[in-house]
Design a protein. Structure first.
Length: 377
């Protein structure tokens, strides 16, 4: 946390607040108990409204570092739309619907680096700026205007080391006013994972946003290292940050304040409304896009970006991979399993709603924002 970030506590203030909580047996508290109707985790109507929301605002697509050079591209579905995001020859990021203008085949798959996109079906080719480059047997398409038969372009912008794509409507740039600088251009994506769970995207999001379950759910995984229900929870714009301190933060008490740094002593989870989390650990930062596939099915695209150095000491790839394995193999699967379990109960008559208390402040704020955006009463 070299640069203090607008509106959020700096490293030393976070550490002071954590010590205060440890000493008093307290944690940051919300002011509202929230009741979210269970059918919002299972309803097609609600799902369609949420997809519409995800299409009408800039949503994180991937870290900029995933497409570092001209021709680097990533294709995947976002909010139900197959997208192709590419860095063009001028190093501008562009987003297109990944659909050939002949008969709609996807022109790219997966990710990579290329000079042109060639549709696998009949070989129409496109330039990196989306323009139509060539049509085999073009004489069979009289009246085809090359100028208007390029890939359908969407709004894309880079900010703070992340690529955002907005699929519909005029660009809602004001939602990026609170975008933070997460990455330097020199950082690299060294690993990624794409998991699918039978759970609503909001259930998976909720697992990331409170520390009230550390001891109970993560007894053998995170709890040996992490403090239970000691968190610093802040809002910025529609987003939140939750700090999860490690037990070893106690070591800082005997160190001079000017040598304090939160790195290595806590995990910082940023929730970028609505469906993205950025988790800053000591050796890497992960960016996870929580992509709704259906009301009860979600794909999580996680991209892991290596930190260059910690306090001037270079971080090796091996260290960063160990960092990732620790989180993945232990606690994260427990969170996903919890979300899958809850999905099975939201369709029963047990609860009319799920309840979020004062310890679940960041989740309450997430639902408040979502209700506001979807025009709920
Ligand atoms: S669908 Fe792409 S070339 Fe025919
Ligand atoms: Fe968890």
């Amino acid at each position: 946390m070299n640069k203090p970030m607008a509106g959020l506590l700096n490293s030393n203030d976070i550490i002071d607040r954590v010590f205060e909580h440890i000493d008093n047996g307290t944690t940051d508290l919300g002011e509202t108990v929230w009741k979210e109707p269970v059918d919002h985790y299972d309803s097609r109507l609600r799902f369609d409204q949420e997809i519409a929301l995800l299409r009408r605002r800039p949503v994180v697509f991937c870290p900029s570092a995933l497409i570092p050079e001209a021709g680097s591209f990533v294709s995947r579905t976002a909010a139900g739309t197959p997208l192709l995001v590419v860095r063009d020859n001028d190093l501008q990021v562009r987003a297109f619907i990944n659909a050939c203008r002949h008969r709609g085949m996807k022109v790219a798959s997966g990710e990579g680096c290329t000079r042109t996109f060639s549709c696998p079906y009949h070989g129409w080719t496109y330039n990196l700026d989306g323009s139509l480059r060539g049509v085999p047997g073009a004489a069979a398409f009289p009246g085809l205007e090359q100028e208007t038969a390029g890939l359908k372009e969407l709004f894309a912008v880079e900010k703070g080391g992340l690529v955002y794509v907005q699929q519909e409507g005029t660009p809602q740039l004001e939602t990026l006013d609170t975008a933070l600088d997460f990455f330097e251009p020199s950082q690299q994506v060294f690993h990624q994972s794409h998991t699918i769970d039978e759970a609503n995207w909001k259930l998976l999001t909720e697992t990331l946003l409170e520390g009230y379950h550390i001891k109970s759910l993560h007894r053998e995984s995170f709890y040996p290292f992490g403090l239970d229900n000691v968190n610093v929870v802040e809002s910025f714009g529609q987003n939140s940050r939750v700090v999860y301190p490690f037990k070893r933060i106690e070591k800082l008490r005997s160190m001079p304040r000017d040598e304090w740094a939160i790195e290595g002593f806590a995990t910082l989870v940023y929730h970028l409304f609505p469906n993205v989390s950025v988790a800053v650990l000591s050796k890497h930062t992960s960016v996870t896009i929580i992509e709704p596939l259906s009301p009860s099915r979600t794909q999580m695209f996680s991209y892991f970006v290596k930190h260059s150095a910690n306090k001037g000491v270079e971080i090796s790839l091996e260290e960063a991979i160990r960092d990732v394995d620790f989180v993945n193999q232990s606690g994260q699967e427990e969170d996903r399993a919890a979300a899958r379990d809850i999905q099975e109960t939201v369709t029963t008559s047990a609860n009319s709603h799920l309840t979020f208390g004062y310890y679940e402040k960041a989740i309450v704020s997430f639902h408040q924002q979502l209700h506001r955006e979807l025009g709920d009463a």
